[in-house]
Every structure is written in C-alpha cells, then in structure tokens.
Ligand binder design. Structure first.
Ligand code: ADP
Ligand code: SF4
Length: 692
C-alpha cells in the first residue's frame, strides 16, 4: 500500500536551525514515570517512536541542576557527565532510526521541593513551593540568576555532546523558572527582571541567547511556550501578553513549540476537550514569526493534521499521547494503513504513570513502557509456539486484545462473546464524555476482521461443556466482572444493611445497560474513586433528577487527580447542581432513605433518597473458570487444554490493565514464564564498595 497523496505535505522535510527534520511528525516532550532512574527503558521507548516514523523525538523535562530536583517524580536529568551518558543511550536509539533527538532543559524554580538534593529552593520571588510541602522558595539574587544561566548553558553543552539535535528553553505549564519570571502572579521583583513585560521576559530571552551561543551552530534551539494559561486576566493570555511575548521573541528560537498551560489544560482528557482544541489559542503564532511552529491537540486523524498545516496553524504536528497510543502512527499514514492506527482515547492513564511514579502505561498500547523491560514491540509479536488453537471466551478489552495478538502470532483463534463484544469499553462509551472508549473495541474488532486466523462469534454464550467440547489447545476466560449490589468496597467491608431489599437500587452495570433511576432524589455512592461515580452522577443530573454524590474519599472522583480531571469533574457536578458530600461512608439504606457516617466523627447523617446507585467494587465473573478448573483448581492439571483467566475476570482493574493482561497472555501462550523468577529485566542501582 502507498500513502494517499492528500497526506504528502506531512512528509515534507523542514529546517530547524542547523538541523533538518525528515517530516512533520514531532513527538513533543512527555513524561513517562521512568526518567533518569530507567535510562534503558526510556531509550527503548523513545527509539520505538523514531522507528515508527516520528521526525523529532524529545525527552520529558530534563533537570539541569540539583537545585531543580523534582523528587518524587522521575524525569530526565542532565546534572553531570554521568547523566549525559545515560541520556546518550536515548539519543543513539533515536538516531538509529533516522530521527532528531530533542531535550527539554528545565530549571523548575518553585515547582520543586528539592527533597533529594536538600538544597534551598530558588524561585523568582519569596513564595511557597507549588506542592503542599512545607517549603518555601527564596527569591533569586543576581548571583543566583547568573548561576541558573551558567547551569543551563553547561547542560546545553552536555546535551550537544550527548548527540542531541534540538535543545529547548522551557517556559511552559507553569513548571519552570522562565515561565515563573514571565508570570505576573509569581514575579514580584522590583529589579530589571520584574515589572514590565520586557523585564519579565528577560530571563527567557537570555536563556535563548545563551543556548544559541553555546550550541546553536550544531543544535536547533526550541522555545516551548504556553501562550495561554486559561486564567483570564490573572494569567498569560493569547490575546494579550501571550501574543506580545511571541512578537518580542519572534525570530529568536529556531522553532516555536506552543501550547496552553497548565499541564491539565494542555493534556485535557477526551471527556473535557476535543481533538484540535488548542487551535483557537495557538493559531496566531505563525503570523508573528517566520520560524516553524509545532503544536499539539491529540491529533490522530491525518486529515485533521493536514488541515492544520494547510490552514497555516502549524508547521509540524506535535503529539505526546497519540505517539504513546501508536508509536507507528507516521509510518501507518505513510504506508496508507490508516485503518491500522491505534487511536488515543484521551483517558490520561499514561499521565497517571507520572503522577503515581510508575513506568508509563497506555490503555490502547499495552507495549508502552515494556520495550526494554520485556522486549515488546507494538507492531510485532513473537512467533507461534508448538500448539495451534486458542479459544478466548469474552470479547471485552482483555479478550479482544488476546485474540488479536494471538492471531498476529499465527494461532488459530476462536473468540466468543455472549453479546456483541467490546465488554465494558463499549458499555461505558455510552456514558457522557466517554464516547472515545469505543475505540478500544473498534480498533481490535477491525484488526480481527482482517486477520484470517481469528474467528469472532458474537452472540455466543459459552458454558463449561461447550468449552470442553470445543477442544482447543488453550482456553482463556475473559468474562469480566460485575459491580457489587451490597455496598462492599474500600470503606465498607461487610454488606450494608438494607441493600438486599431496596426497591430502587442500581449499580454501574444497570446504568450502562440503560436501566437508570427515573425517580429522585438519587444518591450515588462512590467508593470506587475513579471516573464512573462522577460520570453517573453527571448523567442522572443531566436527565433532570436531583442528585447527591456521597463518597468516603477526600473528594469526588479522588483518583482522577492522577488523570488531571478531578477539578473539572467537581466543577461540572457543582455547576449541574449535584450536591457533593465527601468523607462519608454508607451506613444503612431503606426505601426513601440513606444513612451515611462521617469518617472523622462517626456522626450519622440522614438523607432522603428514593433511588440509590452503588459504585463500590466488583466481583470477578469467574464461575466458568472454576467450573472447569474445580473450586480449588484441583482439576486444572488434568484438563486436556491449558486454562487461564485474564482481565477483570481475574482481578478487576482499569481497561488499560485488562488490555495489558490480554496482551501478556497472548505473548506467553506456549512459553509460560517460571512463576518463581522475576518476569522482566530490571534497571538496578549501582552497588558501590562500602566506604567508596
Ligand atoms: P475485561 O475488561 O476483562 O475484558 P469485560 O467485562 O469488559 O472484561 O468483558 C467481558 C466480556 O465477556 C463481555 O463482553 C461479556 O459479554 C463476555 N462474557 C461473559 N460471560 C460470557 C460467557 N459465558 N460466554 C461468552 N461471553 C461471555
Ligand atoms: Fe491516549 Fe489513554 Fe494511551 Fe494516554 S493512556 S496515550 S490518553 S489512550
């Protein structure tokens, strides 16, 4: 297959200072939860993007000095020559595949607490650090500013010597000193670095000039700049200072990497922002500069990408999440394989890796973060083993991924689902803001349809007898899980009195199946803490019912702090008139009435509620597995086939985890790893001799 000529413009080379990018696909800096602690893993992950056709592959933010130490987060570092060697691993992997490597140098100012280095925090002004750590930054003196400029310059030279082709000055996301200096909120200085806009931009200008002077003959110099903070008059605004700054610095960087701030606005989830949603803020930039402009917008559609270039909005299509979901997105467009693109669903599970200090993961791409650790490649599987046939029961995210990946290995796969397939991904896609979850099913069902070795039978409920009679070499049970109807969750460890006889009690399964309460007031009790409780409250409030959301957590949808949505969810629910009650645990229910208990005082609160929706925890749908394996798995060894349960049927979790589980099953059929051995390679700290 060849590429559609409509997309030719995406493959035109472009000059960035002294270097040339081979096409218009630019993996902008993105964190990965691995950072400087896992340099081999990062190198393999970034190298995969280069192999997949991206012209530029950038690091995440890269600390230039121990006074900018982001612990507990794991980002890149370029403090010394040792760090340089580690980052050179990534550069080499990126160069191997013909891409340019970019490094996003950062001094984080008051965005860090220096928990590791224990150096004083340097900030634009005397102010508390960004987190709740009981730490303040000290206002930088002229000597401190000179030091930061020297450290930035030294880091730029180390970056060039590591082989990087593009070196960034970073004034974005409200996360770095240059942006703190620019910001009227943060900058209270009375010297030539404070007051007028020209003064506040001075540090950014100096860093750009320093970087040009130090490495500009060999490296392109990029400026990452947030043109709008979406804070109105309190922040940088594309109609005001944002534009003025671009005009002031117009020709100074070799490339403008522009976005909105903060990170939650830049990487907005699909629930709160559509593809291309930054255009209205960044579209002015190209009118102010002759230098190339790169920007992001969760672009997965090549037509949308082409439109950005043709309409003069961007010169290069920046991507973090679309490159995570599909590192081979550019190659697939180049090869005319549009239907093979694994589209990002905008869920921000990848972002959660960074916030939870865990290696990056992705709902759509189970190989993300596993390129080095397990040698997984997103586009190729290990060859088929000795056996031939596999039966997968249940076509939710786990079963679909398993069947698709087994088909790629060359197994003859039968996939059966009692319904139409897609499982919870399709069910949840019916809820407000979650339509993109459908992509989890659509991509896999589409791929399976093109794979002669996989036969998919929707509308086929399987039982133990039909599975035994089927006679496959391997059977995977991927039958999912059911939401509990008795209130048991994290805060409540035994069934809540009255749930079993309540006349209007619903679970998430009821709601996604279209069985919603039609009478209020409704109480949604959320002891799950991810998105579903909040989404269901939104759905019911939108249908006109009076809704109260009660949670034993500290706030509504608490875990969505990690996907950077919590504040939006809370705002939306409050604006819709939903009453929120946090730190309250379900105590008893009766028709028309619910009792909750304050976590702190134990005081009981009586609430009127005709209908009750429980989002607490799930019970694996594992009856089929145990019917075959025996209650204590005693028959497992005697079965004429290997039997596994995967996904939510084994241990309910995120859709990302179900997909991962299905993928791992597919990789390991015929080669089950020894359960007594660590199943992946690890990056271990060096051991220094005692006293050394
Ligand atoms: P996971 O996230 O682990 O993939 P889901 O709950 O999303 O789990 O999907 C489970 C799928 O299994 C659903 O599509 C459901 O229709 C299907 N299923 C459950 N029991 C059976 C069965 N006995 N036979 C065939 N399909 C089943
Ligand atoms: Fe997109 Fe979700 Fe994957 Fe992140 S985890 S890249 S948001 S699909």
């Amino acid at each position: 297959m060849t590429r559609d000529s409509r997309y030719d413009v995406l493959f035109e080379p472009i000059q960035i200072g002294p270097v040339t990018a081979r096409n218009r696909f630019y993996q902008v800096p993105h964190c990965n939860g691995m950072g400087h602690t896992m340099p081999n893993s990062v190198a393999a992950m970034r190298g995969m993007k280069a192999e997949g056709g991206w012209a530029v592959v950038a690091t995440e933010e890269c600390d230039i000095h121990p006074s900018s130490d982001v612990l507990p987060y794991r980002e890149a570092r370029l403090w010394d020559l040792d760090d340089q060697k580690r980052l050179a691993l990534m550069v080499d992997r990126v160069h191997e595949h013909g891409a340019l490597a970019a490094v996003e140098l950062v001094h984080s100012g008051h965005n860090v607490s220096n928990n590791y280095s224990r150096l004083p925090v340097l900030g634009v002004s005397d102010s508390p650090v960004n987190s709740f750590d009981p730490v303040q930054a000290c206002a930088m003196t002229h000597r401190d500013i000179a030091s930061v400029r020297r450290w930035h310059r030294q880091a730029a030279i180390r970056a060039r010597d590591a082989g990087f082709d593009i070196v960034y000055v970073y004034a974005g996301h409200d996360l770095s000193l240059p942006m703190h200096f620019i910001s009227r909120r943060h900058n209270r200085r009375g010297d030539e670095y404070g007051g007028s806009l020209e003064n506040r931009v001075r540090l950014t200008r100096e860093l750009l000039e320093d970087t040009h002077e130090a490495v500009g003959d060999t490296c392109g110099v990029a400026l990452r700049f947030a043109v709008d903070e979406l804070l109105g008059d309190d922040g940088i605004c594309s109609a005001g200072e944002g534009r003025e700054i671009v005009e002031m610095l117009a020709e100074l960087p070799d490339i403008w990497d522009v976005n909105v701030s903060d990170w939650a606005n830049d990487s907005v989830t699909a629930r709160f922002g559509e593809e291309g949603n930054q255009e209205r803020y960044v579209s002015f930039v190209k009118q102010c500069t002759s230098k190339p402009v790169v920007g992001v917008g969760r672009f997965t559609s090549p037509d949308a990408m082409v439109a950005q270039i043709r309409r003069g909005v961007l010169d290069m299509i920046g991507a973090a999440r679309p490159s995570i979901a599909d590192p081979f997105l550019p190659r697939k467009i180049e090869q005319g394989r549009i239907e093979d693109i694994r589209e990002c669903i905008g869920c921000n599970i990848c972002v959660a890796g960074d916030w939870t200090q865990s290696p990056i993961r992705c709902t759509q791409n189970p190989t993300m973060g596993e390129e080095w650790r397990r040698s997984w490649h997103p586009e190729s599987m290990n060859p088929r083993g000795a056996s031939k046939t596999v039966l997968v029961v249940g076509a939710g995210p786990a079963g679909l991924e398993a069947a698709m990946s087994l088909g790629r290995r060359g197994y003859e796969v039968t996939l059966a689902d009692r319904d139409q397939g897609g499982g919870r991904a399709v069910a949840e896609a019916r809820l407000p803001g979650l339509a993109s979850y459908q992509r989890v099913a659509d991509y896999r069902i589409g791929q399976i349809g093109r794979c002669a070795d996989v036969r998919f039978y929707p509308g086929s409920a399987m039982d133990a007898n039909s599975i035994r009679e089927f006679g496959a070499d391997h059977v995977a049970i991927a039958t999912g899980a059911q939401w509990r109807r008795d209130g048991v969750g994290r805060a409540t460890w035994q069934p809540v009195a009255g749930c079993d006889t309540h006349p209007a009690l619903y679970t998430s399964d009821d709601i996604t199946a279209g069985r919603s309460p039609d009478e209020g007031p409704v109480l949604v009790y959320d002891d799950d803490h991810y998105y579903l409780g909040g989404v269901i409250a939104e759905l019911l409030a939108a249908s006109g019912l009076a809704v109260t959301l009660v949670t034993p957590g500290p706030e509504v949808s608490h875990w969505t702090q990690n996907t950077m949505e919590q504040h939006r969810i809370e705002q939306r629910l409050l604006e819709m008139g939903v009453t929120l009650a946090a730190k309250q645990t379900l105590a008893a229910v009766s028709p028309g009435h619910v009792q909750t208990r304050c976590n702190a005082t134990g005081q009981v609160v009586h609430r009127d509620a005709v209908s009750l929706v429980l989002v607490t925890s799930r019970v694996p749908d594992n009856a089929l597995y145990f019917a075959l394996a025996g209650e204590d798995e005693s028959r497992l060894a005697d079965l004429p086939f290997s039997l596994m349960r995967i996904g939510d049927c084994m241990a309910p979790s995120t859709i990302a985890q179900a997909v991962y589980d299905g993928h791992r099953f597919a990789r390991e059929v015929d080669e089950r790893p020894d359960p007594d051995v660590v199943p992946f390679q690890r990056e271990q700290s060096l051991i220094h001799p005692l006293g050394g």
